[in-house]
Design a protein around this ligand. Structure first.
Ligand code: AMP
Ligand code: MG
Length: 355
């Protein structure tokens, strides 16, 4: 087991001595967890195959699911890809740094392990001073999946990183909670029109406004499990974002959802289960369960996104057997929230129907 070094750091003006310690690990092929605006990432030198292999091992992540390569400036993209489509240039100008990952055809300098043998590579520029300083001082692009054990909810604080990875990584830069709380939007630029493979911190509506034509892959909506031949992004295949306990999502008109969540709660409590409900400020007062947690107001989907993964982890700490979650509107950041909830539930989705 390694000793994992915890490095508290200022999120706006990161202290250079801490960045240099972390960058030293990256240069030597080590693993450093760092904050981004979305979730904490687990970084390694993207062009060092041995280091990239160790990131999969630390996370217990399947080798067929590649990480995102994080760059410090737009011009770093050109060496990593075969070509930059003109629409990608427009997107990078408008949305970088920010929570938008673009899929390009990859160049030969990118090692096979970094892209899981695919002929494409996922790239983004994070909007966080600590992440950008770490990339700059490491002198390389940083491959980073989320800094959690595979399958668990992504980490939105250094505490979550340590809970999953203490002793398995070299260091964590701790700059407090992340501001967006769900991962980046993944947009495939190798198809026409571009296709959203994973909804995330950049809303679909914003991409549509800029590009005109852009599609949502069915898995981005995640209303049901996909057949293997429909899988376009490796991450689509794996169970994700999930707490250890069971999870059911209830979707429909809010007043119907309240009734259904109550009914399911009573059913499971009668069976002797410890039941958690994951609901919203407006509806919280309606429920009696073992643990009641609110994601925030239904009127602010950005706050709901920010709280989602932390609350899923809290249910595990309270050792509930099952969580009944209210669905939220699948618009703006709500689309990413619903994608994560539906996948975490393994598609145990209850839809209320108006008679
Ligand atoms: P994470 O690093 O945990 O945020 O996950 C990265 C996401 O990007 C996963 O869902 C991957 O499947 C996806 N991804 C990475 N590289 C590619 C690629 N070349 N093509 C499609 N999806 C990718
Ligand atoms: Mg992840």
């Amino acid at each position: 087991m390694k000793k994992t070094l915890l490095l508290p750091i200022d999120s706006q003006r990161p202290e250079m001595e801490k960045i240099l310690v972390a960058a030293g690990f990256i240069k030597r092929g080590g693993l450093v967890a760092f904050p981004t605006e979305t979730v904490y990432g687990l970084g390694v030198d993207a062009l060092n195959p041995r280091a990239v292999r160790s990131v999969f091992e630390a996370k217990k992540r399947p080798f067929d699911n590649p990480p995102i390569v994080h760059v410090g400036q737009v011009k770093d993209v050109f060496a990593l890809v075969r070509r930059v489509p003109s629409q990608a240039e427009v997107l990078m100008k408008s949305f970088w740094p920010g929570p938008l990952t673009l899929i390009f055809e990859r160049s030969k300098i990118v090692p096979d392990v970094t892209v899981a043998g695919l002929n494409t590579v996922a790239i983004r520029m994070p909007r966080h001073n600590v992440a950008l300083a770490l990339i700059r001082e490491s002198g390389c692009c940083i491959a980073a999946p989320s800094a959690n054990l595979a399958g668990r909810p992504s980490p939105t604080s250094a505490r979550h990183v340590l809970d999953d990875l203490y002793g398995r990584i070299d260091a964590v830069l701790d700059a407090g909670s992340t501001s967006i709380g769900v991962e980046s939007t993944v947009l495939d630029m190798t198809v026409d029109p571009p296709q959203v493979l994973r909804p995330g911190g950049t809303p679909y509506e914003a991409l549509k406004k800029l590009l005109g034509a852009v599609e949502l892959h069915p898995v981005a909506v995640a209303e049901k499990e996909l057949a293997v031949n429909e899988v376009r992004s490796p991450g689509m295949k794996h169970r994700h974002y999930a707490p250890d306990c069971d999870l059911i999502v209830v979707e429909g008109e809010t007043s119907d959802v309240i009734g259904k969540v109550k009914q399911l709660t009573e059913l499971y409590m009668k069976k002797g289960s410890k039941v958690g409900v994951l609901v919203t400020d407006e509806t919280m007062g309606y429920y009696r369960a073992d643990v009641v947690k609110s994601l925030g107001s239904r009127r602010d989907l950005a706050v709901i996104a920010k709280n989602l993964f932390r609350l899923l982890r809290e249910f595990d700490l309270e050792e509930v057997d099952i969580v009944i979650a209210e669905g939220v509107p699948a618009e703006g950041l709500g689309l990413a929230v619903m994608n994560r909830l539906r996948k975490a539930s393994e598609y145990k989705i209850v839809k209320t129907i108006r008679s």
